[in-house]
Design a protein around this ligand. Structure first.
Ligand SMILES: [Zn+2]
Length: 241
């Protein structure tokens, strides 16, 4: 009698386990196919800049800082045209990674940067600059004016202290924007105030924070009154001021 009851209980427990396993397997399969349809949320899916931004995007962007080949594969996969220039420079200003975007609308020229900066520039333009300019100012961005990427120097041009990210062109300084309808937005003259140009500049700064690891605006200090400093510093926290 007792033996029969415990056999029944045993069978019940085994069946419950089977049901639980089936439920878990179902969830696993559903989750996997959901991730396959949403690669932007999937930490194992290769980064493609044509996908919308997702939970896994930032982490994948940060990982590119350690792997130039992985980074260039992202540009290729995303069909972003670029050229690879020969390494140059010595010491702290040695640049192993010189990646030059072919069709990015930088002005007066498009300098070679590190590949992670190039990838972040692409994302920034697509996710922030184009939609924000269209929404706030009614015209797309046609030129992005910069003050330079490479400069072999320490931070703020000091005699000692840490080297600037510009020493390896792992940074870019943005001075302003020209829209397709000819409107000009300058960081120096349009940052102060409350109008549409000001709103656009703040959106441009905030959006850059999702793509670059460091973003410094005129709100940070007087040295940045005339530009947005963007870089891909390899520390693990991002800075956005
Ligand atoms: Zn800078």
């Amino acid at each position: 009698m007792n033996f029969a009851i415990s056999r029944h209980i045993g069978k019940f427990i085994v069946e419950r386990r089977v049901v639980l396993l089936l439920v878990l397997a179902g969830l696993f399969i559903a989750g996997r196919s959901w991730l396959q349809e949403h690669p932007q949320h999937n930490p194992w899916a290769p980064l493609d800049l044509n996908h919308p931004k997702g939970w896994a995007t930032q982490q994948k962007l940060l990982a590119l800082r350690e792997d130039v080949d992985l980074c260039r594969a992202v540009l290729e996969r995303s069909e972003v045209a670029f050229r690879v220039l020969e390494p140059a420079g010595d010491g702290e200003c040695r640049r192993e990674d010189r990646t030059q975007l072919s069709a990015y609308p930088l002005s007066p020229d498009t300098p070679a940067t590190t590949c992670p900066v190039a990838v972040a520039m692409e994302l920034w333009k697509r996710d922030t600059l184009d939609p924000a300019a269209l929404e706030i100012l009614g015209s797309k961005v046609s030129r992005i004016e910069h003050l330079g990427a490479y400069s072999c120097r320490r931070m703020y041009g000091r005699e000692d202290g840490p080297w600037s990210e510009h020493a390896t062109a792992n940074a870019l300084d943005i001075a302003g924007f020209v829209l397709a309808d000819g409107t000009r937005v300058s960081v120096l003259s349009d940052w102060p105030g409350e109008g549409d140009k000001q709103r656009f500049l703040r959106e441009a700064r905030d959006g850059a924070c999702g793509a670059f690891s460091t973003v410094l605006s005129p709100e940070y200090n007087a040295a940045h009154a005339d530009h947005l400093h963007l870089d891909m510093d390899d520390r693990w926290t991002s800075v956005c001021r």
